[in-house]
Ligand binder design. Structure first.
Ligand code: ADE
Length: 246
């Protein structure tokens, strides 16, 4: 997978590619990240990448020329390349979108700054606009890192020895069950005995019930789209009854 990140703060992106699973994938060459400094494509004495909005108003708008020339400078994988603008106005990025993006060969991420980018860039160069949540960041750089991290984990070979991403929260639409490791007793709190029982079927059922309970308590909205078995549905019915009697 190739990512090209267009930004006016290249260090903000590169600094975060040194560590962790994404950093390792880059070092191993499974993921290739190129960072393009939009300022390198700015013209004029001041090489400015932004300007005041036509019609007046607060803030600055990213000029179309430097972004357009940055895009032209990129080696595009024909037919397999997808251009995305990160902005709070985009559709919400989620695990399903991460899977969709993982099927492209190249993803170009444009990090917006200031009050946004000139609308003509949006209309002519952008194929998709993504937001990582309903809050406003100072720019798209952190959002681009979030997207690259979530997508890279889904690319074969990136997770290596780590457990399968299929077990992650959200893969089946549910939150993850609680995890425990040694010691067996920590500050007087014991590990749930079922996890020490060695009975794999019992452990599987306990974990599933805990996942359902957590999702019901914290994110009931997810249950609408979750893939639920008849066993899940009967566990949920029991949990809902327990909640109602509390
Ligand atoms: N840029 C500023 N805020 C953002 C957000 N929430 N998601 C994506 N890009 C952004």
């Amino acid at each position: 997978m190739k990512f090209d990140v267009l930004t006016i703060f290249p260090e903000m992106v590169s600094a975060n590619l040194q560590e962790g699973i994404l950093g390792r994938a880059v070092k191993r060459g499974i993921v290739d990240v190129r960072i393009v400094n939009i300022r390198d494509f700015a013209r004029g004495a001041h090489r400015s990448t932004d300007d005041r909005p036509y019609g007046g108003g607060d803030g600055m708008v990213m000029r179309p020329g430097p972004i357009s020339r940055s895009l032209e400078s990129i080696d595009r994988v024909r037919g397999r390349s997808h251009v995305i603008l990160l902005s709070p106005q985009g559709e919400r990025f989620d695990q399903e979108t991460a899977w969709e993006l993982s099927r492209w060969n190249q993803i170009v991420l444009i990090c917006g700054r200031y009050e946004g980018v000139d609308e003509r860039i949006r209309l002519t160069c952008i194929e998709r606009e993504l937001s990582i949540g309903d809050y406003v960041l100072s720019g798209g750089e952190l959002a681009a890192l979030v997207v690259m991290d979530a997508v890279s984990r889904l690319i074969p070979g990136v997770l290596g020895g780590e457990r399968s991403n299929l077990e992650d929260s959200f893969e089946d639409g549910l939150l993850e069950y609680p995890q425990y490791t040694r010691p067996r007793v920590f500050q007087g709190q014991e590990v749930p005995p079922v996890l020490l029982s060695g009975d794999h079927e019992k452990i599987r059922m306990w974990r599933r019930a805990e996942s359902l309970k957590r999702t019901l308590e914290r994110r009931p909205d997810l249950l609408q789209k979750a893939r639920l078995t008849p066993e899940d549905k009967s566990i949920l019915a029991r949990l809902k009854k327990e909640f109602d009697t509390l």
